[in-house]
Design a protein around this ligand. Structure first.
Ligand code: ASP
Length: 432
């Protein structure tokens, strides 16, 4: 019997956690760090390596296929509206939940003190990063989008928006010039695109091994359970919120706005979700998210190649929800009561902060510092949530990429670029 890819990756994940746990109990952490972890790093590097070429070729191919600039602006405006809408829903969900559960009231003075002491050093490093990010002026994000050297941007995985801008210009150029002259260029990129998609298939063959190594390394690195215990109610609040978004809000949006079979959507997306969980990085997961959305969900490439890279960079629902809960948690832990207007401010800053969050592990924590600062909550409170951040990061990254895929599906359906599967095709598709 041939196992579906997501089962293989899931088995790698469970075995990795068990192996890591075992190695921790026999005190063989160094073995995992020296001999197992590098395979996980190789796997993530392969994904990151293919991400920029994928964005470039698929976006050029996709835009050239649009053949019309007005279609691009329609696509762009719908995408932006939906991204803002889902982020708003996510922050609001986080705020409502945090106000119902009041997670900060469950933490006693003793655990608060010990967390603050133990993680003050780690927290101050993040605060420093945030200060650097903030010190560049309010319009810096705008300046950051426009590269002064395209090769500089292409060689930096953190410059995804700059690459997208440049490629959109190439796409527009291709639409505007004589079709005869555009054809050889588009044909070249179309062929190249198939090659890149094939490489992603090849990389995914080793995904179970990559995920195994990542999980065993994680297991030996995270703090002991006794440290995490004080944070369980807080973690629970974040997890409930993420589950509500991932399995409540997105399926509803998919059903209502795209009439898409929800079960099919989740089976198609499972490998990307498990990968997001294992890597904690929307950027590293992007190649797989794109491959799943195009080849398994049925979104045409011209939509997916535009909506998904943009979403990986700016649409982070899971992150914004977590930031809202974390801000309230820290405020409550310091016995501060936030007024209604302070909470409305959090909606605004968390939306902006999540847009500015890089799609890499624990980046959401850095931009959380800005939210805390705006709301007058002590930034040192970051130390309180540090210990449990990694597992929550893994989960919020799953929500982040699921939201991107949901929006891509809805936008595609609204412009007639979604190939919904016939019911009898589902089972065949799912086996791949
Ligand atoms: N790890 C998240 C992502 O890549 C960002 C964050 O919330 O830290 O989507």
């Amino acid at each position: 019997m041939k196992l579906a890819l997501h089962w293989k990756i899931l088995i790698g994940l469970v075995l990795g956690l068990a192996f890591g746990y075992f190695m921790k109990t026999i005190d063989a952490k160094d073995f995992v760090t020296d001999w197992i972890k590098p395979f996980g790093t190789v796997f993530i590097n392969l994904l990151k390596m293919i991400a920029v070429p994928l964005i470039v070729v698929s976006l050029i191919t996709g835009l050239a296929d649009l053949k019309d600039i007005s279609k691009l602006s329609k696509l762009g405006s719908r995408t932006v509206v939906l991204y803002l809408f889902t982020t708003f829903l996510a922050v609001s969900t986080g705020l409502v939940l945090a106000n119902i559960v009041n997670p900060g009231k469950f933490i006693n003075a003793e655990s608060r003190q010990s967390l603050l002491e133990n993680f003050a050093g780690d927290a101050s490093k993040k605060i420093e990063l945030a200060v650097n990010q903030k010190s560049k002026g309010p319009l810096q994000p705008l300046l950051d989008i426009v590269p002064d050297n395209i090769f500089g941007a292409l060689s930096n995985n953190g410059s995804m928006l700059q690459v997208i801008l440049f490629v959109i210009l190439i796409g527009i150029g291709l639409i505007l010039i004589d079709p005869e002259k555009a054809k050889p260029v588009t044909d070249f990129f179309k062929g190249f695109n198939d090659v890149i998609l094939k490489i992603i298939d090849l990389i995914m063959l080793i995904a179970p091994i990559g995920v195994f190594s990542l999980m065993s390394a994680l297991m030996v690195e995270i703090p002991d359970f006794s440290v995490l215990q004080a944070l369980l109610i807080y973690a629970f609040t974040v997890v409930i919120g993420l589950l509500l978004m991932t399995y409540g809000v997105y399926p509803t949006l998919l059903k209502v706005l795209a009439k898409y079979p929800v079960k099919k959507f989740f089976s198609a997306m499972a490998p990307a979700q498990i990968l997001a969980f294992s890597t904690s990085s929307s950027a590293a997961t992007l190649p797989v998210t794109m491959e799943r959305v195009i080849e398994h969900v049925g979104v045409e490439e011209e939509v997916a190649s535009f909506v998904l890279p943009l979403g990986a960079t700016v649409n982070m629902d899971g992150t914004s929800l977590y930031q809202a809960v974390a801000a309230i948690f820290i405020a409550q832990a310091f016995s501060m009561d936030l007024t209604f207007s302070q909470q409305v401010m959090i909606i605004l800053t968390a939306t902006l902060a999540s847009i500015g969050t890089a799609a890499v592990p624990s980046a959401g924590m850095v931009t959380l510092v800005i939210i805390l600062g705006q709301a007058g909550i002590p930034e040192a409170g970051l130390a309180l949530i540090f210990a449990i951040d990694r597992p929550l990061d893994m989960l919020r990254t799953v929500t982040n990429i699921t939201s991107d895929a949901t929006v891509a599906t809805i936008v595609a359906s609204s412009v007639g670029k979604l190939n919904k599967p016939e019911p009898h095709e589902w089972d065949e598709n799912l086996k791949k």
